[in-house]
Write a protein that binds this ligand. Sequence first.
Ligand code: RIB
Length: 305
Amino acid sequence: MSKIVVIGSSNTDLIAKIKDFPKAGETIKGVSYFQAMGGKGANQALAAHRLDGDVKFITSLGKDTNGLSTLEYYKKEGLDASLSLLVDDTPSGVAMIWVDEKGENSIVIISGANEMLSSGYIHEIKKEILKADLIVLQMEIPYDTVKTVCDVAYEHNKRVLLNVAPARKLNAEIIKKTHILIVNETEAEIISGERIHEIGEQAMVDNLLALGAKSVVLTLGSKGCIMRNESEYHKIPAFNVKSIDSTGAGDTFCGALAAGLTEGRNWKDSLIFASAASAICVTRLGAQPSIPTADEVYDFLKKNN
Ligand code: RIB
């Protein structure tokens, strides 16, 4: 099986369930609170791992209680994070997450140690990174680090899957070095400078391809997703489930897609597999506690196809 290296953030998620989002200056009573492991990088790595991908996860944690218990937890999960940094004097990343009754969320991240995952470190462990067949990236580590990984991967003909979350404008060179660009509507609009409701979903995908990505996946929430590259086009509807919490659903989709493609599934089956995994994720609370196993996805697909 092909190897996946995920390079990205780790956070401890502090999750408050609320009825409605508070207005500025308002104090509200929450419904419930719990803490779980998160971070877009870690969620994607764990999703690919739980879904039978061969994954190495590279992240940066502080030498604090959160950081040490996170490493312990990865060990228990069987996720190889042995190349990760454990830094002094900087706290591990945290995310404050509010989830309302409709399952929508609002997230504030304090990056902490995630910011210490530097380009210098990428060069140091370059040999290990280049053992990957697919390198998975998101945007919760320094932009310069993402750029360095893309440069190194490009130089050595390695495929990069880039999920541009949280949304930001991208340097054209990064897009050209990306094999699989995964974006939601907001991310697509920020990268392209166009509005989906004005130009339409297909044109948006075409515009992103024209910027140089080899394959583009546009995720559309409850409307499913669209994928296009030089030779293939797929429009996959979303599974109809009741959403409890959408946190981590996009990450689960990316991790599952990486697992699907590296396990040798074709594009269509990988997209359906990823859609099923993220559908299961939204029916549960929290990011990593919600990521399904491969058996859960197969079971779901049997019942819902
Ligand atoms: O995508 C969800 C993730 O975003 C959460 O786990 C949180 O840590 C933030 O990184």
